[in-house]
Design a protein around this ligand. Structure first.
Ligand code: G16
Length: 541
């Protein structure tokens, strides 16, 4: 009898809304929190299956909607090495999420178990955490119900940033192996980050403080915690001023602040009162994105986005590798998406002389492409990214015998960076410390960083349409293949603007279509974006 099956019995408490078809988006399922209970329950079942399939390796589940508004929530799955869920399993997640009844869910679960030849004798293991959203604890109950119904061993890490959960997942799965990643605790994360930051810092001086807007999300309390482990300003350490760290009023999350606000509006949060040339940064709601900005002496706003972080990191790591005597032995490459500013791509290929790969949106795609290089620097323009070092690169870096004191000091910094950078996924904290270190090593302020190249003026828009799913893309999302005829209209518009480029794609985290446009002047970029938005609106009705 289905009612006696523990999975069906628990599922009955989290019924699927009948009128909904759930889609696995750019980073898992994401929508209004009120609709998510059945999805989270079923994702818990999938995590159990995934762990069993991988012989009991630990799978992570993060309950967060990142940059989305406070009444949204979402769920992301973390694979054993801290990467996003293997893409093929997204299909299985979708099958479970859309099973129309408790009985159909059990059938789908059993069918996946059989089709994937999953050994039911294996004990599944899952770890999970959540951000500060009010709906988090309720959704955790749905997750726990699934873990218990499927006989899964689990640990609740409570409130964490998304990258902290990725870190812990990898630490747990590598413990006791030659690839041990660190202590699988929140404290272990802070200790590893702080120790490597200190090692990479050497005797370099920081030129004033950095102010960090924490989007009123989980990054606020966690950054305050990290600061306790870092060298204090009186010891020559970095002064980090934490702002927008109110997690008591959940409705303030991502409201008029945070990385997405800054990137989309191309202005500082209204709460910011920064002085000229002061370094400012914004995190998103789960602290996996980072955006820098400053105002110049004429009060002009300058954004230093993910493209800037990528170019700065690629420049510095490339120089370090060469200065350490490893230049020929480490192939550095950069991965971007269609949102990357055209000027950043030219700078990487023409000035840094490094290869660039373009992938569709979503760190899962970028991360995968980055692992093809010895050192893969990947960042989305929205500030989401990291640097990954291949096993071969790590061996070379760790085994190399420096031939001079100069080589030795560059090698020390490079080694420290491999530990500082959270290689599992983009991590706003380790990215922030990386940027600060690079600027200190180069004796650069934000202005010098900004001067490395000149961004093409650009505009990012968000258009709500009746059904975003009709917008299908090709060529790493740079072209629309449907609705028919829309791409030809966009091409026609782009051709009228000097240095024009534009594309439209359906968001995988919000119910909207995003439009990006760049051109030779700000007015033209805005105009092109508005015209392409009109085309999208007309096509989407
Ligand atoms: C997620 C993904 C990112 C992606 C972003 C926006 O970020 O992890 O890779 O760039 O969504 O995606 P879309 O344009 O499809 O809405 P986050 O920080 O929101 O989890």
């Amino acid at each position: 009898m289905a009612s006696q099956n523990p999975i069906a019995a628990a599922s009955a408490k989290f019924p699927k809304p009948a009128d909904r078809t759930f889609q696995y988006g750019t980073a898992g399922f994401r929508m209004k929190a009120a609709l998510l209970d059945s999805v989270v329950y079923r994702v818990g079942l999938l995590a159990a299956l995934r762990s069993r399939k991988l012989n009991g390796q630990i799978i992570g589940v993060m309950i967060t909607a990142s940059h989305n508004p406070p009444d949204d929530n979402g769920v992301k799955l973390v694979d054993p090495m801290g990467e996003m869920l293997e893409q093929f399993w997204e299909t299985y997640a979708t099958i479970l999420a859309n099973a129309p009844s408790d009985q159909a869910l059990v059938e789908a679960y059993d069918k996946l178990t059989a089709d994937l030849k999953i050994d039911t004798a294996v004990k599944p293991r899952v770890v999970f955490a959540r951000d500060t959203r009010a709906s988090g604890p309720r959704l955790v109950s749905a997750l726990v119900a699934a873990l218990e119904a499927s006989g899964t061993e689990y640990t609740d890490y409570k409130l964490l940033t998304t990258p902290q959960l990725h870190y812990i997942t990898r630490c747990l799965n590598t413990k006791g192996t030659t690839y041990e990643y660190g202590e699988p605790t929140e404290q272990g994360y802070y200790e590893k980050t702080a120790a490597s930051f200190k090692a990479a810092m050497g005797h370099k001086k920081f030129n004033g403080p950095v102010t960090v807007d924490c989007a009123n999300g989980v990054g606020g309390p966690k950054l305050r915690e990290l600061i306790k482990y870092l060298p204090s300003p009186s010891e020559g350490g970095l002064e980090i001023k934490v702002v927008n760290d109110d997690v008591v009023e959940p409705e303030r999350l991502n409201h008029q602040c945070g990385a997405d606000f800054v990137k989309t509006n191309q202005r500082a949060p209204p709460s910011s009162h920064s002085t000229p040339l002061a370094r400012c940064a914004s995190l998103d709601g789960d602290a996996d994105r980072l955006m820098y900005y400053f105002v110049d002496s004429d009060n002009g706003f300058h954004l230093l986005d993910g493209d800037r972080i990528a170019t700065l990191a690629a420049l510095f790591i490339g120089d370090l590798a060469r200065n350490a005597g490893l230049g020929e032995k480490l192939k550095v490459g950069v991965v971007q998406t269609a949102y990357a500013n055209g000027a950043s791509t030219s700078y990487i290929t023409q000035d840094l002389k490094l290869p660039v790969v373009c992938t569709p949106t979503g760190v899962k795609h970028l991360h995968h492409a980055a692992t093809k290089f010895d050192v893969g620097v990947y960042f989305e323009a929205n500030g989401h990214g990291t640097v990954v070092f291949s096993d071969v690169a790590l061996k070379r870096i760790n085994k190399y015998e420096p031939q001079s004191p100069a080589q030795s000091s560059s090698l020390d910094v490079l080694r420290a960076l491999t530990a500082l950078i959270n290689q599992t996924v983009g991590d706003a904290f380790s990215d922030l410390l990386l940027v600060e270190l690079i600027l200190a090593h180069k004796s650069w302020g934000p202005k010098e960083w900004d001067l490395t190249y000149t961004d093409l003026p650009n505009r990012l828009g968000r258009i709500e349409v009746a059904d975003r799913n009709i917008f299908k893309t090709t060529d790493a999302e740079r072209k629309l293949e449907s609705p028919p005829g829309v791409q030809a209209q966009i091409d026609g518009l782009v051709g009228k603007y000097k240095n024009g480029r534009s594309f439209a794609r359906a968001s995988g985290t919000e119910d909207a279509v995003r439009v990006y446009a760049e051109a030779a002047t700000k007015g033209e970029a805005d105009d092109l974006a508005a015209k392409v938005a009109d085309v999208v609106k007309r096509a989407g009705v």
